[in-house]
Design a protein around this ligand. Structure first.
Ligand SMILES: Cc1cc2nc3c(=O)[nH]c(=O)nc-3n(C[C@H](O)[C@H](O)[C@H](O)COP(=O)(O)OP(=O)(O)OC[C@H]3O[C@@H](n4cnc5c(N)ncnc54)[C@H](O)[C@@H]3O)c2cc1C
Length: 483
């Protein structure tokens, strides 16, 4: 098997997995309306890998794996490979206006980062290092789609895991057998879990304390594993047509809680277990952030660019695009797009080869700018959309079909703009409403604020790890001594 088509992806999901929605077990996740649109969108991404226009960017020849693989699985060793990886991320992000935060490339590159640091997992035992490399090759060869679940249930943040009222609620190892680990408990929030092929589990944040060893595990299993249950949030897919909800009708990724009921994880799928010292170093020492943030920032650039373009068209439609305060507003939006755009390029420019594995890593500090500012910029751009849209956002017809009804003339007159018909302005404003007013839009704001982890911890981490600190502080000290 090599690079999959959309159909192959969809066919692979009819595997008896246990997915629950609204208290009901779902037989076929591919046709169930709350998931069907997202499944179709993911399938569209897989099909793009075969398009003549994008094939050479989205996929790459990997003779050691017996054929072509998706670009995200490639371990970058040259600047060209790094740039092509970013271009591949952008092509997929553009296919969904940046709305699919957990497109397959995100997890594929995360897994690739782990496999690139085999030496880290070998510290526990050679078999663990071999397992993670073999698994990455398996996923690449079969072009699988992974979800991931890092967090424990929110419970009581004032207590350690083993001190919770029920220490069995967070996921932990409850037994070890000849065949593997037996794990039991709950993880969240696994976006795309109902229609992913497999799940990668590792705990976050990396702040484990003595006594929590049973909870410090990294492993991967198929979603159809016995004892693994997926419980979904309400769907944000609207009942009405795509033209009325151009984003939520297509790109609502499901978020889920995953429950493990005495699940067997075979040893060849165990990458790290019951070791808090290693677990606490994993996030940093596997350098997964460098490779994943390269993908997430490329996607965010597409999404912010999309919002910027909507702002431009909206300002034109309303005839305010030349007003100084609106030009300034658009300039503020453009600045935000450029900052995020340049995180990936600056990271590539300052990339360095790691002597441990020969991988060319994009610069962490440049990429962290995107992870720290995305949660600020995205809500800011939403606020700009609301400011520009004003009351027009609640003046929309129930359905675009009303433009073909007896009231079409009234709608045209009430909605037409400076450079735009009433029908086209309604289309534009409906797109804006999908971003700022719907449940889908609210979820996306929450996503951008949280996908890289809780922001204050992230930003404090930047200061703690800031490798250019000495350079700047030494410069200051030399200056202070110079007079
Ligand atoms: C839409 C969406 C999709 C997601 N998808 C995924 C996914 O696919 N896979 C995945 O694993 N995760 C996913 N996440 C989870 C995401 O990583 C977390 O939401 C994020 O890390 C924040 O963690 P939390 O939700 O536990 O919030 P918390 O950490 O509980 O934070 C909530 C509040 O509590 C405060 N707080 C928490 N701890 C402390 C403390 N010790 N001291 C003081 N204040 C504290 C915080 O400041 C914050 O204000 C997703 C989240 C969202 C919203």
């Amino acid at each position: 098997m090599a690079v999959r088509t959309g159909k192959q992806f969809v066919d692979g999901l009819r595997d008896g997995r246990e997915v629950w929605y609204g208290g009901r077990r779902i037989d076929d996740v591919t046709t169930f309306p709350p998931f069907a649109a997202a499944v179709r969108s993911m399938a569209m991404l897989y099909d793009l890998q075969h398009s003549i226009e994008h094939r050479d960017v989205l996929t790459v020849e990997a003779p050691e794996l017996g054929g072509r693989i998706a670009r995200a699985f490639e371990m970058p060793r040259t600047p060209v490979q790094l740039r092509l990886k970013r271009q591949a991320y952008s092509v997929w992000a553009e296919a969904s206006c940046g709305m699919l935060g957990r497109s397959p490339d995100f997890m594929n590159v995360m897994l690739t980062a782990l496999a690139a640091k085999q030496s880290f997992f070998t510290e526990l035992a050679p078999e663990r290092g071999e397992a993670v490399v073999a698994y990455q090759r398996h996923v690449a060869r079969h072009d699988l789609f992974l979800t991931h679940a890092l967090l424990d249930p929110q419970l009581d943040k004032g207590r350690l895991r083993h001190q919770q009222r029920d220490p069995g609620t967070p996921l932990r190892v409850v037994d070890r057998t000849r065949d593997g680990l037996i794990v039991h408990g709950i993880k969240r929030i696994a976006t795309a879990a109902p229609y992913a092929d497999e799940i990668l589990v590792w705990p976050f944040p990396p702040t484990f304390q003595p006594g929590e060893d049973a909870y410090a595990n990294v492993f991967a299993i198929p979603m159809a594993t016995r004892g693994l249950k997926t419980i979904c949030r309400p769907s944000f897919v609207p009942d009405r047509a795509t033209v009325d909800h151009p984003l939520s009708a297509r790109f609502d990724e499901m978020d889920a809680t995953v429950v493990f009921d005495h699940v067997l994880v075979p040893w060849d799928r165990v990458f790290l277990h019951e070791n808090i010292a290693l677990l606490n170093r994993m996030y940093r020492d596997t350098r997964m952030r460098e490779l994943t943030a390269h993908q997430t920032n490329a996607r965010l650039e597409v999404k912010l660019g999309f919002l910027y373009a909507i702002l431009v068209r909206l300002a034109e439609a309303m005839g305010v695009d030349k007003r100084p305060e609106i030009v300034e507003l658009l300039g503020e939006a453009a600045v935000r797009v450029e900052v995020i755009r340049n995180t990936t390029r600056a990271a590539e420019e300052q990339a360095q080869v790691d002597a441990d594995n020969g991988i060319l890593y994009p610069d962490l500090y440049a990429l962290q700018v995107g992870r720290a500012l995305g949660p600020v910029y995205y809500p800011e751009l939403l606020a700009m959309l609301k400011r520009l849209g004003g009351g027009g956002l609640v003046q929309l017809p129930v359905s675009m079909a009303e433009f073909d009804s007896p009231i079409a003339g009234d709608l045209e007159r009430s909605l037409s703009g400076a450079t735009i018909s009433g029908r086209d302005k309604a289309r534009l404003l409906k797109l804006v409403w999908d971003l700022v007013g719907t449940e889908f839009g609210a979820r996306h704001e929450l996503y951008e604020m949280n996908y890289a982890g809780e922001r204050s911890a992230l930003v404090a981490g930047i200061q703690r790890e800031y490798g250019r600190r000495a350079y700047y502080v030494d410069y200051l000290d030399r200056f202070l001594q110079s007079y």
